[in-house]
Design a protein around this ligand. Structure first.
Ligand SMILES: [Zn+2]
Length: 503
């Protein structure tokens, strides 16, 4: 029996507004699509939190034994300033300001995004498609929507006809909005009189004179609307109907609502069966935003170089901190909370090192009740994770196991009473959940490895100095060259001292 059968997953489905048992379309396989970043600036912490939340889902589904295809896109065209249908493309604007090609902007911030994801140990997705790489598919998608009667062309642009769509379907089914209410909240049409209705949104926009990113289409030269790429790329890689679609809460409307409409408008299917939304970050109880002066970057969080931070926190402390609350709750940054997370993270890592020092379990007369008590904490951790990925509750159960490990270390007679098979099962999954599901790394081990390397390097540097001193240049050169081949560069410092850098 697979783990996913043992611990069936339930997910809070934003579409039906309730927690539902997760049933993938194809037994044992999961298709998951998550809206990725628009790569026109450095990734901010709110995004990091969203992507860490979906990383946990990806990792947990894999751990349970599912084969998961995880698609997370890169938005590199079509996302306009103000998230609307008029205005400059966010990437093109940045390109203009930085005097770079739009694709240089895309590359620069895509690299930066990947670096940050690696830093926080988020796994790369199975496929990371870009909007500009799927212009042809987007044009075909629009043609089908027009053919189905849910879009119209006006002077080189194509708009989705929301009212027409709403006659056959329900626009607003995800966000819970109602068309007439939406209309009363919509600003007057200003310069948007091309649209039949202010609710309509662009599928394709005509490129005006100065527009940098442009492609030929049946409607003239232009570029795709922002919402379209996600419908198109999820359909292409996961099918017209697939399992999970995720993104930040702020994308629910209009982005995801428009996605569902486009999918149904093209293919008569709504895309994902389960819509999952991550919540936002707050700082000391207030929304994190540049304008509030409380939006620090991942780098500032690590170095502590921000007025709201008492000091820096390690990447794994920050990751652990994010896991201490449920992905659908707001998460509040404060120095106290980060320090508590640091303690908790270190406590788990300390237990893992203690495990290595424990004698064998089950060497005395086995106490079944005590053995089962231990087992239940891991079983409960699985149930918590299967209950809409509740990492906070799962961590509480890991702490229980951690307490037991401390007891066994101090009183080996207690460990002698624990059934050896149960103990091994518990430790396997204790480690598995910490490293593979929560995606934590042991930073102390990494630091220790660095210390060991440093010690070895000092020995080599000393040997090379002696070789030079005794004029054995063949040996001193060999040490330098062999280290270089191994990716370590020796550098002469002032005063005859020597240091090294790793390439
Ligand atoms: Zn999207």
């Amino acid at each position: 029996m697979s783990l996913y059968e043992q611990y069936p997953v339930s997910i809070y489905n934003s579409l039906n507004k309730q927690k539902e048992v997760f049933k993938p379309i194809h037994e044992g396989r999961v298709g998951m699509y998550v809206c990725g970043p628009t790569v026109y600036s450095d990734v901010h912490l709110g995004n990091v939190r969203t992507f860490v939340s979906f990383d946990i889902m990806f990792r947990y589904l894999l751990y349970l034994g599912y084969k998961v295809r995880y698609v997370r896109n890169i938005t590199d065209v079509g996302h306009l300033v103000g998230d609307a249908d008029e205005g400059e493309d966010k990437i093109a604007k940045k390109a203009r300001l930085e005097e770079l090609e739009p694709m240089e902007i895309v590359q620069k911030y895509t690299n930066g995004f990947h670096d940050v994801m690696r830093l926080f140990n988020a796994l790369p997705p199975s496929i990371e498609p870009t909007a500009t790489g799927h212009i042809v598919e987007q044009i075909e998608f629009i043609k089908q929507i027009i053919a189905n009667g849910y879009a119209y062309e006006k002077d080189g642009s194509v708009y989705f006809d929301v009212r027409k769509y709403n006659k056959d379907h329900q626009y607003g089914e995800l966000s819970g909005r109602n068309i007439d209410e939406m209309l009363s909240n919509t600003r007057e049409l200003t310069g948007q009189d091309q649209k039949n209705d202010p609710l309509d949104f662009a599928l394709w926009k005509k490129a005006e004179g100065g527009h940098l990113m442009r492609w030929p289409s049946p409607w003239g030269v232009g570029f795709p609307g922002w919402h379209l790429e996600c419908s198109v790329m999820s359909t292409k890689y996961l099918g017209e109907q697939f399992d999970i679609h995720g993104g930040g809460m702020d994308l629910k409307f209009p982005h995801h609502e428009a996605e569902i409409a486009q999918n149904k408008g093209c293919c008569h299917k709504g895309g994902a069966n389960y819509w999952v939304h991550g919540n936002m970050l707050t700082v000391n109880g207030r929304k994190m935003a540049k304008s509030e002066g409380n939006g620090f970057t991942p780098e500032q969080l690590l170095t502590g170089n921000h007025k709201l931070l008492e000091r820096g926190y390690s990447a794994m402390t920050v990751r652990f901190f994010m896991l201490m609350s449920h992905y659908a709750s707001t998460l509040d940054f404060s120095n106290e909370a980060l320090q508590a997370a640091e303690k908790g993270y270190k406590r788990l890592m300390a237990s893992l090192s203690l495990v290595k020092k424990l004698p064998s379990a089950g060497t005395g007369s086995v106490d079944e009740q005590k053995s089962n008590e231990l087992k239940q904490h891991i079983e409960q951790a699985f149930k918590d994770l299967s209950d809409d990925f509740n990492t906070a509750k799962a961590i509480a159960n890991l702490f229980e196991v951690s307490t037991k490990i401390n007891t066994y270390y101090q009183q080996p007679a207690e460990l002698a009473k624990i059934d050896a098979d149960i103990f091994n099962w518990v430790i396997t999954h204790f480690r598995g959940i910490i490293f593979d599901v929560l995606g934590l790394k042991n930073e102390t081990d990494l630091a220790q490895n660095n210390n060991v390397l440093d010690g070895a390097m000092q020995v080599l540097i000393e040997l090379r100095k002696q070789a030079k001193f005794s004029k054995n240049y063949a040996l001193s050169d060999k040490i330098r060259d062999d280290l270089k081949a191994a990716g370590i560069q020796l550098k002469d410092e002032k005063g005859g001292e020597m240091s090294y850098t790793i390439d």
